[in-house]
Design a protein around this ligand. Structure first.
Ligand SMILES: CC(C)(COP(=O)(O)OP(=O)(O)OC[C@H]1O[C@@H](n2cnc3c(N)ncnc32)[C@H](O)[C@@H]1OP(=O)(O)O)[C@@H](O)C(=O)NCCC(=O)NCCS
Length: 188
């Protein structure tokens, strides 16, 4: 468990599946995610959560909860995916599933906590984030946290009748440590 000021990152539980199903097919959220086109079935969500119950491999995902919720219920997920222990990089993915909680700084804090885990505990050198050109809130959030745009796959995403760029951003470990010194206490 990683405890922040507004959010807590905790391990997945089987009960989280019901909360994931509440948002996962919401088109206003799904349109920003890799599974933007096809509906997600309960089985797919169960498979995802099952995978998180056996941590290890090239993925480390955690549930985002509100710190002031005693039950630490699921409001979203944040994870490091495609962790490469040779090149020491990974790709960060995040989604907050409750629309009324978007734009309140929770995503930014969850990203900082996950990056602290990646840089301090996994020893990563770099964390990448990809987003679709039309995800302006995501872009603003990642910029605010300290990610910088490093390139684009032009017109790589087809959505509602037109093509959009896929934007690549990243942050290096030393950039993170300069911006967020003294995060070791999170893991004591
Ligand atoms: C992307 C996401 C994780 C960001 O988390 P969040 O808690 O909403 O983001 P934050 O509140 O920390 O930061 C969002 C910033 O975007 C700004 N913003 C909100 N709507 C915006 C818009 N339409 N255009 C530009 N900026 C916008 C906010 O003002 C805020 O910046 P500020 O704090 O400087 O004012 C969250 O919005 C989310 O899960 N969205 C749906 C799924 C998704 O997009 N996942 C990521 C796929 S790459």
């Amino acid at each position: 468990m990683i405890v922040g000021e507004k959010v807590v990152l905790r391990e997945y539980r089987k009960e989280d599946i019901d909360d994931i199903m509440k948002w996962v097919n919401n088109p206003r959220i799904r349109k920003y995610l890799g599974f933007s086109v096809f509906p997600q079935t309960r089985q797919q969500c169960e498979d995802y959560v099952e995978r998180q119950l056996r941590p290890g491999g090239d993925e480390c995902a955690m549930v985002i909860s509100l710190r002031d919720d005693p039950q630490l219920r699921y409001i979203g997920g944040v994870g490091l995916h495609r962790i490469n222990y040779i090149h020491r990089n990974a790709e960060l993915g995040i989604a907050i599933g409750r629309e009324e909680l978007l734009g309140r700084g929770l995503g930014a804090e969850a990203i900082v906590l996950m990056c602290a885990f990646g840089f301090l505990r996994l020893g990563l050198h770099k964390i990448n984030i990809r987003h679709y050109e039309y995800n302006l809130r995501g872009a603003a959030c990642y910029n605010k946290v300290g990610f910088v745009e490093v390139g684009r796959l032009r017109q790589n995403i087809y959505f509602n009748g037109r093509f959009y760029d896929e934007v690549y951003m990243d942050m290096l470990a030393d950039e993170f440590f300069r911006r967020y010194p003294n995060k070791e206490h999170l893991f004591e």
